[in-house]
Design a protein around this ligand. Sequence first.
Ligand code: SF4
Ligand code: SF4
Ligand code: FES
Length: 231
Amino acid sequence: MKVLVKRNSAFQEFEVPRYPSQTVLDVVTYIQRVLDPTLAYRFACRVGMCGSCAMTVNGVPRWTCRTHVDKVVKDDVMEIAPLRNLPVIRDLVTDMREFFDKWAKAKGSFEGRRTRHDDFALISSEDEKRKEANKGIECIGCAVCYSACDVVSWNPEYLGPAALNRAWTLQMDERDAGGAQRLRAVAGDAGCHACHTHMSCTEHCPKQISPTAGIAGLKREVTRALLKKAL
Ligand code: SF4
Ligand code: SF4
Ligand code: FES
């Protein structure tokens, strides 16, 4: 198979043998271990948990450790590039700082309201808000959605689908006390109202999360708070 790997601005060509159940990450690892040890890329878990191995494969953002070559190769050719919408450090490695800084800007950290002196608060998995939070909770921070989002490309200030999905799961968490502050954080020009509902994030998320739905929920919550003059 011919593999074209983006390195700085040009593509470098490699010939990589195929085998059954081979993943895209296996291909990159083969290139680095056998053909060119200077190739830089990032991975950690290899089992779809850490979110560090995402790359652009034949033009589509994907988690590479769980993407089989058979599913994505075209005419025995595969093109591998770093994720879009993030600065490239080297070869296939992107700088994730702005991605995670936006989680912080969207107040994506849990604000506990209880102390060690309070009783345990058991929330039923049938609770409607809990069910809503659970839909987005399995995010692995891979930035596939961020890379797929055209609004991020047009407006680098846009908080993006992952940060807003995180904000939504916390808004739906009964135990969290950061609601009003978080709504203010996501209500600005770079927040939920900048989303054009293109659904690219939802189509590409490897964990079948729908940031689009969470962002729509945030838009409703912001509007409700504005009508109540609570923002
Ligand atoms: S739905 Fe919104 S966040 Fe998702 S890709 Fe489209 S514009 Fe970006
Ligand atoms: S929402 Fe999905 S695509 Fe986006 S960072 Fe989380 S797991 Fe990755
Ligand atoms: S290496 Fe951890 S998700 Fe792919």
